[in-house]
Design a protein around this ligand. Structure first.
Ligand SMILES: [Zn+2]
Length: 272
């Protein structure tokens, strides 16, 4: 079970290929996604193809099958018998890791494609480069490749306690790990130290990289770390972070859903 991103400019979609149909923050899947989420094939969405102009974009291979993206425009997502539009964030919790990777890749490619229709240097309309995943300006030659924004997320421990915080953008009552974007010119380690210091005013040490996850809201790569509390008392910034504290394994608040790197880091700590 895997997803591999690759660029196949001469590939043609077949009716049995996987199709990721995306409408704003929603994705087309079977109505009952409580067990495993089933994704449509290109043949299943031929009804959409006639009404909605953007062509299929090749994304890669999902579990050995070619995988395509169809961006569906319009203010209302069209109905398709047997299928339903689901919130993409919620689906990541029921998807297999390979499905999550495919959706992350498709959303990031779409986000990039939509934002590079015109050259940022001279304003000319760009054209697709055939041999690689890029857009090129026919006027000045500038090349635009898909870019990701690195962000760090860190599980900070103090003895047998874990630092969890409530961000103002979270759902009510939900606590997670601290996270933030890497600044230009910064190492990942510096970003971890800075984010923790800015958000809760403590110092951390013993940084250790654990794992990463492409995160498609809209184009991040989340890099997960562990760290330990060095010194200082928690003092929340009051802007992004509204509440934060040290939590024991037996008294955890509402935490992120499975399928997120935050949850993986928390679960790894819980198993220790
Ligand atoms: Zn240009």
């Amino acid at each position: 079970m895997s997803f591999v991103h690759h660029h196949a400019p001469h590939a043609k979609p077949g009716p049995g290929d996987v199709c990721l149909a995306i409408h704003a923050d929603r994705l087309l899947a079977r109505p009952d996604v409580s067990q495993a989420a089933q994704l449509p094939c290109c043949g299943d969405i031929s009804g959409l193809a006639e009404d909605h102009a953007p062509p299929l974009l090749h994304v890669g291979a999902l579990d050995g099958r070619a995988c395509w993206l169809r961006a569906v425009g319009g203010s209302e997502a069209p109905a398709l018998a047997g299928w339903e539009w689901h919130d993409t964030r919620a689906l990541l919790g029921v998807f297999t890791p390979a499905q999550s990777h495919a959706v992350s890749c498709a959303r990031q490619l779409l986000w990039w494609d939509r934002r590079h229709r015109f050259c940022g240097v001279c304003g000319t309309a760009t054209v697709e480069v055939v041999e690689e995943r890029a857009r090129r300006c026919p006027q000045c030659g500038a090349l635009y490749f898909p870019a990701v924004s690195p962000a760090v997320i860190v599980a900070v421990t103090r003895g047998d306690e874990l630092l969890l915080a409530h961000n103002r953008n979270f759902r009510p009552g939900m606590f997670s790990l601290l996270a933030g974007f890497v600044d230009p010119g910064e190492t990942l380690e510096q970003a971890v130290v800075r984010e923790v210091s800015e958000e809760v005013s403590i110092r951390v040490n013993n940084l250790r990289y654990i794992s990463s996850q492409p995160w498609p809201f809209p184009n991040s790569l989340m890099l997960g770390f562990r760290a330990t509390h060095a010194d200082g008392e928690i003092e929340v910034d009051g802007k992004e972070i509204e509440q934060a504290g040290w939590f024991k394994r037996t008294a955890l608040p509402d935490i992120p859903r499975p399928g997120t790197v935050a949850r993986q880091l928390i679960d790894a700590w819980l198993r220790e």
